[in-house]
Write a protein that binds this ligand. Structure first.
Ligand code: GLU
Length: 309
């Protein structure tokens, strides 16, 4: 194993002069007011060793990174029938695009664009009230991270709701194609709340560790999903995890990853480690600019890649 602490320290140091680059999401005040110079990185390897640098223990809004966890829950509840409701193809369009949804009659391309994650929220709601479904998601993430302090930021959830015109449009559109089974308000209640989960890089890296370790969380010994399902979730993260920037991320980093507009990215080096980075400034695809760069540096220094040794 390479000296991971030395590597994260080096990445942190090299990026110092660039902190603040990129554009912080400003569609809600809670994101607009985040210090653009924050930067954190945390790695947990499959032996449970932890390496971190910068603001790795400062909570931030994980936003769309949460879509990995809701997809995992939906697959657990509905198995392969999940794919009757949402596709598995990269979208090649923006995270909140509505155009494609019309062509494809309300079946979203993949579970990581907004429309797809809204369909997944509908699946997680099955048999629950919105409050129960949100509780189930929080409990699941706490179980994954083995950390009961993880919570939703209610102010972020409220702002997401207040400004969520486009998500309402997407959900109503799907409902018009009979592609949602619950009321739009309920489905979006679940969606806005899981996007509002606040987590640190350390917590996020712990939550993603099962994906790096064939479905089993080595910290707790719990089998979360089968080996095959872990591989498949990783495949979706690789192909769809960065919206229309997924190809570029695969080229530069070579690892499955999922980004969020809060500036977080969860990346998985299968058989090696789970990595979370956070830097609020985004590139023009809505993915963390320095977070992507940090992961590119990490992949380069460790040699980690799903494409070859
Ligand atoms: N809550 C955000 C939205 O639906 C999530 C977007 C993201 O993280 O990419 O607009």
């Amino acid at each position: 194993m390479p000296d991971l602490q030395a590597i994260v320290d080096e990445i942190h140091e090299k990026l110092q002069p660039r902190l603040g680059e990129g554009k912080v999401a400003d569609y809600i005040p809670q994101l607009a007011h985040v210090d653009p110079k924050k930067f954190g990185i945390a790695i947990i390897d499959v032996d449970g060793q932890n390496y971190k640098a910068g603001d790795a223990d400062v909570p931030f809004s994980i936003q769309s990174v949460s879509k990995v966890f809701t997809l995992t829950l939906a697959l657990g509840k509905h198995g392969e029938t999940t794919w009757n409701r949402v596709g598995r193809e990269p979208s090649g369009s923006a995270f909140n695009s509505i155009v494609q949804l019309e062509h494809e009659e309300g079946k979203p391309r993949n579970p990581f664009i907004n429309a797809g994650a809204i369909a997944v929220s509908d699946l997680v709601l099955a048999g629950h009230t919105p409050r129960e479904a949100i509780g189930e998601i929080v409990r699941f993430v706490r179980y994954l991270a083995d950390d009961d302090t993880i919570a939703i930021d209610p102010e972020v959830a409220k702002s997401e709701h207040a400004t969520g015109y486009r998500n309402f449009a997407l959900a109503n559109f799907m409902r018009s194609f009979n592609k949602l089974t619950h009321p739009v308000e309920h489905v979006l209640g679940v969606y806005f709340h899981h996007c509002a989960l606040a987590m640190t890089c350390t917590q996020l890296a712990r939550s993603g560790l099962f994906l790096a370790a064939s479905g089993r969380n080595p910290l707790t010994g719990h089998t979360v999903v089968s080996r095959q399902r872990a591989r498949r979730i990783n495949a979706l993260m690789l192909t769809c995890g960065h919206y229309d920037g997924s190809g570029d991320f695969a080229y530069r980093v070579g690892l499955p990853g999922k980004s969020g507009v809060g500036g977080g990215i969860l990346a998985v080096a299968p058989g090696k480690a789970s990595v979370a980075v956070w830097s609020p400034g985004l590139n023009n695809h809505g993915n963390s600019l320095l977070g992507s760069l940090a992961l590119e540096m990490l992949a380069h220094r460790t040699g980690w890649s799903v494409f070859g040794p």
